[in-house]
Design a protein around this ligand. Structure first.
Ligand code: HEM
Length: 406
């Protein structure tokens, strides 16, 4: 017998939740005695337990190809308006399974090897120094806009060696695509036109970039894909899709995670004091903040055959939502508390299994450099004004995070 639970829409709950009570209130709302259940309001199953979440993310019957779910969320949209968007998304490795996923993942991994990231580190350090210097000149520090949004867009544009004059368009188009991905509801034709325009623009941009890099390779991500194109039998369209995927997956996630961490740090002067005295513990603290308030709030899959999660039967075609908030708290008596000295921190904030975040090392590098610099060289801060941004079910960050010196 499958368990079911009724209630207010998750997205609505998130939107109505206050800065002070989120994410604990949301995590408690989503959880039902740590058991998987069906949620008719969203037409998906919900998994909250860490071990069952891991089991689900390793189950080959639960597919990463989520196009059927996206389509079901667009009853008011003319799907012919988003053909370019779909043609790009369907080729991304984040939507693929099995051998096809393995091939794309191996090809994509070259750009994220340790020696590549090590070479890239000094660029990230320079970007962080510049952004923090500029942000802290002001009396009120607009952290969300001046640091958290700009850092990943600069890093991603550097990863692709994009010239300065193209960067704003590049950033806006990647934001338009990511917002659409997040599993919102009630998409209209105008949303479709917007996202398709972004997909077409990025497709054209990368088509030209591929031609340029083929003639004169650089130390950039597209050149690294071209180097292995034959070996992994990648078509040009697949290279374009992989490149766009990096933009989409690496931008908003990092912005949101950086804001979530900064908000916690700014409201916890005791943590700031402790980390100033023990800067070697910063990375550990960052993992605890990510456990507590992940940027990706749900990871989802669609069943390509009848299966089970724990004792919950899942039918072919049904969608499964894995709550990172709940999984990150499961098994902990004090999971709703922050303890930056917690031992054995476990979280799903970068996913798990075959689709584990390929950019996790890059994301971690950006955050380590940013927060080390902040803690070591800048005064303590507190929150002046903050608003959460729950623009979609799958992501959570801040639309405003204004800070002042404490
Ligand atoms: C703090 C920042 C980040 C967070 C919280 C994050 C989170 C995640 C999560 C939860 C997944 C799993 C998705 C799933 O299983 O469906 C994922 C996958 C992925 N992430 Fe990240 N990510 C971050 C940064 C980045 C960066 C910087 C990049 C690249 C530049 C990136 C690229 C990807 C890609 C390509 C995948 C798909 C991997 C695959 O399908 O094999 N991410 N990320």
């Amino acid at each position: 017998m499958r368990r079911e639970r009724k209630g207010q829409s998750f997205h609505q709950f998130k939107r109505e939740s206050s800065v002070a009570t989120f994410p604990n209130d949301f995590s408690q709302y989503v959880n039902m005695e740590d058991l998987p259940y069906f949620w008719p309001a969203g037409n998906f199953h919900v998994v909250t337990n860490l071990e069952e979440a891991k089991e689900a993310l390793k189950n080959p019957l639960l597919s990463a190809d989520r196009s059927s779910f996206f389509i079901s969320r667009m009853p008011n949209m003319d799907l012919s308006l988003i053909q370019d968007f779909f043609s790009v998304v369907s080729k991304m490795m984040v939507m693929s399974d099995g051998e096809d996923h393995k091939r794309k993942r191996q090809a994509a991994s070259g750009g994220f090897e340790d020696h590549v990231l090590e070479r890239f580190k000094s660029k990230v350090e320079q970007s962080v120094e510049k952004l923090l210097k500029e942000a802290f000149i002001k009396e009120h520090i607009d952290f969300a806009h001046d640091v958290a949004k700009k850092l990943p867009s600069t890093v991603l544009a550097d990863l692709f060696c994009i010239p300065d004059e193209d960067r704003e368009d590049f950033f806006q188009n990647s934001i338009a695509m990511t917002a659409f991905f997040g599993g919102g509801t009630g998409y209209e034709n105008s949303d479709g036109i917007k996202v398709n325009r972004a997909a077409t623009a990025l497709k054209e941009y990368f088509k030209k970039l591929i031609e340029k890099r083929r003639v004169s390779p650089q130390d950039d991500y597209v050149s690294s894909l071209l180097k292995v194109q034959e070996r992994f039998k990648l078509t040009d369209d697949e290279i374009i899709a992989q490149a766009i995927m990096m933009l989409v997956a690496g931008q908003v996630t990092t912005t949101d995670q950086v804001c979530n961490i900064m908000f916690l740090l700014s409201t916890r002067s005791e943590d700031q004091k402790f980390l100033k005295e023990h800067p070697e513990k910063i990375n550990h603290a960052l993992e605890e903040y990510k456990r507590f308030d992940p940027a990706v709030t749900f990871i989802f899959r669609v069943a390509n055959a009848d299966t089970f999660i724990g004792d919950q039967p899942i039918k072919k075609g049904e969608t499964v939502f894995i709550s990172t908030h709940c999984a990150n708290r499961s098994g902990l008596r004090d999971g709703d508390e922050i303890n930056i000295e917690r031992e054995g921190i476990q979280h799903l904030s970068y996913g798990y299994g075959a689709h584990y975040c390929i950019g996790a090392k890059l994301g971690r590098m950006e955050m380590t450099i940013l927060f080390e610099n902040l803690i070591k060289h800048y005064p303590m801060v507190k929150v002046l004004r903050a608003s959460r941004d729950h623009y979609s079910l799958s992501f959570s960050g801040f639309s405003e995070l204004m800070l002042e010196r404490a």
